[in-house]
Write a protein that binds this ligand. Sequence first.
Ligand SMILES: Nc1ncnc2c1ncn2[C@@H]1O[C@H](COP(=O)(O)OP(=O)(O)OP(=O)(O)O)[C@@H](O)[C@H]1O
Length: 271
Amino acid sequence: MSLLEVDDVVVQFGGVTAVDHAAFTADAGRITGLIGPNGAGKTTCFNVISGLQRPTHGRVLFEGRSVTRLPVHRRARRGMGRTFQRLEAFGSLSVRDNVRVARDIHRGLLGVLRPSAVDVDGLLERVGIAAYAGDRADSIPTGAARLLELARCLAGDPKILLLDEPSSGLDESETDAFGELLAELAAEGRAILMVEHDMDLVMSVCDDIHVLDFGRVIASGPPAVIRADREVQRAYLGYADEPEDHDRANDDTRTDLPAVETTMSIPAVTP
Ligand SMILES: Nc1ncnc2c1ncn2[C@@H]1O[C@H](COP(=O)(O)OP(=O)(O)OP(=O)(O)O)[C@@H](O)[C@H]1O
């Protein structure tokens, strides 16, 4: 049984079908990528999983039980943690206090009665932003703010981490360190489901990948399978059968993923 199961989910906004009978899973101890072109329905799926969006049809199962009708905070209590594309920290609080607040909110009344085992400074150290602990959250670089989001999420000790564009704003060495941290978090038994546009990161850290296009899951599998999938290549690049038309693919306005072109283009044919 998978920790998280998205079962035949449909989301309609008026006449727009944002998610179209999507079904996929995320397992404990594994890193799962949810990828797809802009507007494919990735964030809407995250909203359905975390409880911000009620699906028009379908279910979300967590640990084998439906959470489809549970509000956000009750899903969080069950062990679902989420970061957002837009940074959500309290700007006027220090980095350390932001994580403290996240930890205490998660624990609710219990937090007042019993000290938490979550070591806030240890968490800052772990995600690599201990140097900013005393700084106001709105004064730190974007990459550090992105890692603060992760620390705030980890403060609730989630069983699954739902990460929305977690590497945006990170430089190359920060992204490498971030990939290693994700692998460690998964090795501890957490499930990680991430929406991510950096294909180098996705292809190097994910165990499983689900590809959405126009709200439908068009492919699921390990990175090597996804990389070779012709429908995925078509969805991302606008071509699959005519590699000589690469320049035309570059003009495809639905493709804003330059990293994909280097990592997912059809391998050159050697004579
Ligand atoms: N609240 C809304 N009302 C109407 N349409 C919406 C709403 N939210 C999303 N959509 C539409 O649903 C579709 C899926 O959007 P969504 O943001 O989930 O895609 P995405 O894959 O996360 O895109 P991106 O990579 O650009 O963040 C898009 O066509 C979008 O315009």
